[in-house]
Design a protein around this ligand. Structure first.
Ligand SMILES: [Zn+2]
Ligand SMILES: [Zn+2]
Length: 648
């Protein structure tokens, strides 16, 4: 063929009849043929298996011992194989916490983004939490009216050793309290003086200390060390910054600015990451704070699962169309609990809650009263709390287990992260809020995200990676999935396209990709996108082999290998290999005949008429994304439900 190719000679895996094929490198090859003709035996059990085996062989003996030993496939010779990745329909074994975001590695990039440019907001007052740098403090101080005199101070107690255990014991306090304290203060002042601080400040007065014997301070609670005295003017900036740095160093990360004169102002700054008005300290955002897979970042209540096993109200009130009288609260319909049902009806009478309308029609407040209870009535929760105390009885445990289920974690509300992570925002949104968006919305969000010039410089590359991966996910037709969707709930086709997008997003080159019927479950619109993605994967320098029946995919291929002619023992032979044009002209290939339109699946000449009234009627379907739709499915008919992927 002239081109570089993977050359396979004498392949005999399963039903393959010692066949020779060539897979051109950096091309899209489709292996097709009737079901059972040996397509997977060639693609996965021969080509992919050998790619894997040679890769493992190339590793050191040490690394090899951790990998499964692979047998050489039954083939005479394979030349030119490269490292191979199989993208199959079945989803790989995974962590139960795994989501679309973690599978696509997007979560790792988002964590980095939040750690680098996330802004923390105080949970109490909602103000931005900042760390004061000498530069930022200087900016703030120099907003004072020009000519304002001020002191740069730090608390004299900074670094003062706390009273020792012995001196704080009751016995000591009674006998010689002040001596002990005086010695401690004196030693601390001496150490300050040795470091060159002889000027102190208390209640607006400066006190010069020439000798420690002249110490006027019994306690240091309202005493400050004077670092500098300045007048607000633009040209003092560099001296001010130096003084602030000195204060941070000597004052254990705190500094105060007190102005002199009328309307004295006091500002406190700290090196710590805290809300100054509220005095609340926050953890510095770092990647592990945003990881629900790490003990540091995971919500402590649910360990990062987002839900806990608790009383499930949907099991307690399974039918909200029932009224309270009719037994809406299911556990209270049991004879042994009819006393609480009576209490409920009595309580409702006093509280003015109607007992003869469906539970669903009660107001939110009325429902909450019944569930959470009040002073006079334990409510559903009080009832179950009481039962918890009786758990030593086997029948109570059995009874409780019927009403237990997974419910959203009350601490993190299903966001899986510890609360501090939720105080950090990028573009006004928390990380869980971003993950709750669909991939399409998320791509839009990042396109419109505005950052400061400084943030942009830090996050430029990260944002590029995030945007690129989101775009690829949109391209493979997964724009409707949310990033926090659990990987275990994805369909085989969705899981496969996620793997595809992840590989494409990582821009790996020189790799052999082997795919198993990727068009399955795809609407024609999405199929065209998929073909586009496979071509992109090829164009960045990879070799793509696809096992496929789809006519569009076959037409898009650079090379086609048609296996057959039949299934099982009647198959395993190469019926055709070459380009699409050659296939269409080939008289032998069954696939060619279909492509030419000589053979096709005949349309029924007559269609079965649905019989009036004989139908499965569905009213108000709202599962997942269904918008309260009504559908009739005629019985005794062959019915097709179609629509773009993810349409429901
Ligand atoms: Zn605050
Ligand atoms: Zn939680």
């Amino acid at each position: 063929m002239g081109e570089k190719a993977i050359v396979i000679r004498g392949a005999r895996v399963h039903n393959l009849k010692s066949i020779d094929v060539e897979i051109p490198l950096h091309r899209l090859t489709v292996i097709t043929g009737v079901s059972g003709s040996g397509k997977s035996s060639l693609a996965f059990d021969t080509i992919y298996a050998e790619g894997q085996r040679q890769y493992v062989e190339s590793l050191s003996a040490y690394a090899r011992q951790f990998l499964e030993r692979m047998n050489k496939p039954d083939v005479d010779e394979i030349q030119g194989i490269c490292p191979a990745i199989a993208i199959q329909q079945k989803s790989p074994a995974r962590n139960p916490r795994s989501t679309v975001a973690t599978q696509t590695e997007l979560y790792d990039f988002l964590r980095l983004l939040f750690a680098r440019v996330g802004t923390t907001f105080c949970r109490q007052c909602g103000q931005e939490v900042t760390r004061d740098t000498p530069e930022s403090i200087a900016d703030r101080v120099l907003t004072l009216p020009e000519g304002t005199r001020f002191y740069v101070l730090f608390p004299a107690t900074a670094g003062l050793p706390s009273p020792s255990e012995r001196s704080s014991s009751r016995w000591n306090r009674r006998t010689k309290p002040s001596n002990e304290e005086r010695t401690r203060v004196r030693a601390h002042l001496m150490s300050l003086m040795q470091r060159g601080f002889t000027r102190f400040y208390r209640q607006g007065q400066v006190v010069e200390l020439d000798s420690i014997d002249a110490n006027p301070f019994e306690k240091l609670d309202d005493v400050y060390v004077v670092v500098d005295r300045l007048v607000a003017r633009a040209d003092v900036r560099s001296r001010l910054v130096d003084s602030l740095e000195l204060s941070y160093r000597e004052g254990y990360g705190t500094v105060e600015i007190h102005t002199v004169g009328n309307g004295q102002q006091r500002w406190r700054f700290s090196e710590g990451f805290e809300c100054k008005p509220c005095g609340l300290t926050y953890p510095k955002p770092e990647p592990r704070l945003f990881s629900f897979n790490s003990a540091y970042g995971a919500c402590p209540t649910c360990q990062g699962f987002g839900n806990i096993i608790a009383v499930d109200l949907d099991l307690v009130i399974p039918n909200k169309a029932l009224s309270l009288e009719e037994g809406a609260i299911e556990p209270w319909t049991k004879p042994q609990f009819d006393w609480i049902q009576e209490e409920l009806l009595e309580f409702c009478q006093h509280a003015g809650i109607p007992t003869d309308v469906p539970f669903a029609e009660l107001t939110g407040e009325q429902q909450r009263l019944i569930i959470n209870g009040s002073e006079d009535f334990p409510g559903v929760r009080g009832f179950f709390d009481w039962l918890e105390t009786k758990k030593y009885k086997v029948h109570v445990r059995v009874f409780l287990s019927k009403y237990r289920g997974y419910s959203t974690c009350p601490t993190c509300h299903g966001t899986r992260l510890r609360s501090e992570a939720l105080n950090v925002r990028v573009g006004g949104k928390t990380l869980p809020e971003i993950c709750a968006m669909s991939i399409g919305q998320c791509a839009q969000f990042f396109r419109q995200l505005t950052l400061s010039a400084e943030q942009r410089a830090i996050a430029e590359r990260l944002l590029g990676e995030i945007q690129h991966r989101l775009d690829v996910l949109v391209d493979v037709g997964l724009d409707y999935l949310t990033l926090d969707r659990l990987a275990s709930t994805l369909s085989g086709g969705e899981a496969q396209r996620i793997q595809l997008a992840t590989n494409l997003g990582a821009s790996l080159v020189g790799t052999l990709y082997v795919l198993d019927e990727p068009s399955i479950g795809l609407h024609p619109r999405d199929n065209h996108r998929l073909i586009h993605i496979l071509k992109q994967l090829r164009d960045i320098g990879n070799t793509v082999v696809v096992v496929e029946h789809d006519a569009d995919m076959i037409r898009a291929a650079d090379r086609i290998i048609d296996l057959g002619p039949g299934a099982g023992e009647a198959g395993g032979q190469v019926v055709f290999q070459g380009s699409v044009d050659e296939l269409e002209r080939d008289p032998q290939s069954l696939t060619g005949k279909y492509l030419r339109g000589e053979l096709r699946i005949p349309l029924p000449r007559e269609r079965r008429r649905p019989r009036r009234g004989l139908a499965l009627k569905i009213k108000g379907a709202r599962a997942h994304n269904l918008k309260n739709i009504d559908v009739n499915i005629p019985l005794r008919c062959f019915v097709c439900i179609t629509g773009v992927s993810g349409s429901g």
